[in-house]
Design a protein around this ligand. Structure first.
Ligand SMILES: Cc1ncc(COP(=O)(O)O)c(C=O)c1O
Length: 159
């Protein structure tokens, strides 16, 4: 960190620009990634990364001529960050109430936590099937052609 600060403390990577350290780090991240990838987009926080992911999903669907395919399904109780978009993905009432969130195009489906939300005597298998059915019903109600993505990460906030 100290060596880098002496060499180049900061430089952006927008507008087709980059620098050797960012290129090297991107290469190392691609090598480490658990799934095949070829691109890295740097962000300063998890919230900003999630906002960027949403923008990329919307950009992609505009680019392929599907401007109505923009809704993103997240889960109740999931935490995704504090910016307007990532707080919208977050499924916590306290993070929405009084902030006019979530923004439109963000939907929430059930929290898949058997311990808290299973009916009395409901097996994990049955509970998981009920959650999957609820997701399917939401997608059908909204229109599958309007659903762009689903959030998979789930950091639960359990009081
Ligand atoms: C799954 C998940 N997404 C996003 C965030 C937000 O990250 P940040 O606090 O860096 O904005 C967190 C933070 O805990 C998280 O757990």
């Amino acid at each position: 960190m100290h060596r880098q600060m002496q060499k180049l403390p900061f430089y952006h990577s927008f507008g087709g620009k980059s620098h050797d350290t960012a290129v090297e780090l991107a290469g190392r991240l691609v090598d480490l990634a658990p799934v095949p990838m070829s691109k890295v987009f740097f962000a300063n926080s998890g919230s900003e990364a999630n906002d960027t992911a949403m923008k990329m999903v919307w950009y992609y669907h505009n680019a392929i001529g599907k401007p109505n395919k923009k809704k993103i399904v997240s889960r109740m109780r999931a935490y995704h960050g504090i910016t307007i978009a990532s707080a919208s993905l977050t499924g916590l009432v306290n993070n929405h109430r009084d902030f006019d969130l979530p923004i439109d195009r963000v939907l929430h489906t059930d929290c898949p936590l058997h311990y808290r939300y299973a009916n009395s005597g409901e097996s994990e298998e049955d509970f998981a099937t009920r959650c999957a059915d609820a997701l399917e019903q939401l997608i059908q109600k909204e229109g599958p052609d309007t659903i762009a993505a689903q959030c998979l990460a789930l950091t639960l906030s359990i009081p």
